[in-house]
Design a binder for this molecule. Structure first.
Ligand SMILES: [Zn+2]
Length: 170
């Protein structure tokens, strides 16, 4: 137990350790535990910004660009329901509208009335938006309950055989 605590929780996915589990130095240019924690902290802050009068469910997201900038988002609901936007897409559209096109990872955290009791996976529509802008084998999705408690997935694990701009090139 004590040993595990020294070896801070590593980037994991269910069932097996991710390829870089625990081994990456903070200076790594890809996702490591430090980066995951920072993104989760930013996502958690965004939960308070959620506009959620209908579901009471607050979601925060923090999106990391290839240039190491972070764009955040929260869910924004609407009385007509269908115009509702998820936190993940809010973050993506903020970033894309600022000219960003390359992304490394997104952290997502959510819960009813701000209470995080479980992981909050992205909906299908958000996965599809990720597919538009991200390499599914290189883009990471961090599903968090806290900075210390998260799962890490690649996009191709959460959206196998996704339809992407490449399909239109054939
Ligand atoms: Zn969504």
């Amino acid at each position: 137990m004590g040993e595990e605590k020294l070896n801070v929780p590593v980037c994991q996915k269910k069932g097996e350790l991710a390829p870089f589990a625990g081994a990456l130095a903070p200076s790594s240019d890809t996702v490591n535990d430090l980066i995951c924690r920072e993104l989760i902290a930013e996502a958690k802050k965004m939960m308070a910004r959620a506009y959620n009068p209908y579901s009471g469910f607050q979601v925060g997201a923090a999106l990391l660009t290839a240039g190491k900038k972070i764009y955040t988002g929260c869910n924004i609901e609407n009385a007509a329901y269908s115009p509702t936007l998820c936190a993940e897409r809010t973050a993506f559209f903020k970033a894309v509208s600022e000219g960003e096109r390359e992304f490394t990872a997104i952290a997502i955290i959510g819960g009813r009335k701000g209470l995080v009791t479980d992981y909050t996976p992205p909906c299908g529509v958000c996965r599809q938006v990720m597919m538009e802008f991200c390499n599914p084998k290189k883009f990471y999705i961090i599903l968090a309950r806290s900075e210390e408690d998260y799962w890490l997935y690649r996009l191709d694990e959460l959206l196998p055989m996704g339809f992407s701009p490449k399909n239109l090139e054939r």
